[in-house]
Design a protein around this ligand. Structure first.
Ligand code: 13P
Ligand code: SF4
Length: 303
């Protein structure tokens, strides 16, 4: 990335001066993920790493709910997002008021929120989950029925893996809902030996055609461990770029569905963020306190 080299150098220097750490999601572009990030990962890994940060400043290279999660877990630290417009179609599909209405409609039924939600929503639920641990979180509640929000497809995937009855919200990821089972079948027809792996935010007809379903980190680990000759990655396409840079001998087919929100984060904006210390993520402390309980309850499940 020769044109980007001055930005990479400046960001890495300023990071030291500012005592800042850069957390990057697997969907960030390779020049961010491989050249300036201190820690990369899926939503769960980033949340766990956020609890261990020693630096004064966290620069979150991802979408807004990820930066909010870091702030929820680090109320005393400065959390910056290089572009606060980096949203998520799942997070914007539901509000805290919607959760209160659901509770009225289904009294006593516990509520699980995917981390792809605002702090307001996290404050109203019993526990959070990510695509890495959704089944484990739902089963940890020992309830016959659970409300799962906001991703209808992740909810369907969880329902297919457990006996717990799932009541789902109607949200969807604008990137993953575009994949179709037909698209996957055509990859297999073109090469019957190809391996296909998919994120659980995809619709059920897509997951039915996949050889493996998992979170972004689980998908990466699957490729690292299986080392297939050729693999189709049914997810946001920067992740395939990042894996290609790490494993050049694996042929990766990537249908190029980009997340426009993730792509708002660029090297120039990261540099600007470190220079100006903007944009700072703020959350009403009373909401953050309640949201922290839901996020920490999820993190503590690992132990
Ligand atoms: P992961 O937690 O699997 O990284 O997913 C986050 C996300 O936004 C997927 O679209
Ligand atoms: Fe949200 Fe989908 Fe983008 Fe992930 S890929 S941040 S779920 S819109």
């Amino acid at each position: 990335w020769p044109l980007m080299a001055p930005y990479i150098k400046a960001i890495n220097e300023l990071k030291q001066t500012r005592n800042a750490v850069i957390l990057a999601h697997n969907y960030q572009t390779p020049e961010i993920f491989h050249c300036v990030a201190d820690i990369g990962g899926d939503s769960l890994q980033l949340a766990i790493e956020a609890t261990k940060v020693k630096s004064d400043i966290i620069v979150q290279c991802g979408v807004h709910f990820m930066a909010e999660t870091s702030k929820i877990l680090n109320p005393q630290k400065t959390v910056l997002i290089p572009d606060s417009r980096a949203g998520c179609s799942l997070a914007s599909s539901i509000t805290g008021a919607d959760v209160r209405l659901l509770r009225e409609r289904f009294p006593g039924v516990p509520v699980v929120a995917y981390v792809n939600t605002s702090a307001d929503v996290k404050a109203e639920v019993d526990i959070c989950c990510t695509s890495s641990n959704a089944v484990q979180v739902v089963e940890s509640l020992h309830a016959p029925t659970v409300i799962f929000l906001p991703d209808q497809y992740l909810a369907k995937y969880v329902a297919s893996q457990t006996d717990v009855k799932i009541i789902a919200w109607k949200g969807a990821c604008e990137v993953h809902e575009r994949f179709t089972g037909e698209e996957l079948r055509s990859f297999r027809e073109a090469d019957p030996s190809v391996q296909i792996i998919a994120h659980p935010e995809c619709p059920p007809d897509v997951l039915a055609e996949a050889d493996f379903t998992g979170s972004t980190a689980h998908m990466i680990n699957w490729v690292r461990n299986k080392h297939p000759k050729r693999v189709v990655m049914i997810t946001e396409c920067s992740m395939a770029d990042n894996v290609m840079a790490e494993l050049p001998d694996v042929e990766i087919v990537r249908p190029c569905n980009l997340c426009p929100h993730m792509k708002r984060i660029t090297l120039p904006k990261i540099l600007d963020s470190l220079v100006t210390l903007r944009e700072e993520v703020t959350i009403d402390p009373a909401i953050a306190e309640k949201a922290r309980r839901s996020v920490e309850r999820m993190i503590n499940l690992r132990n």
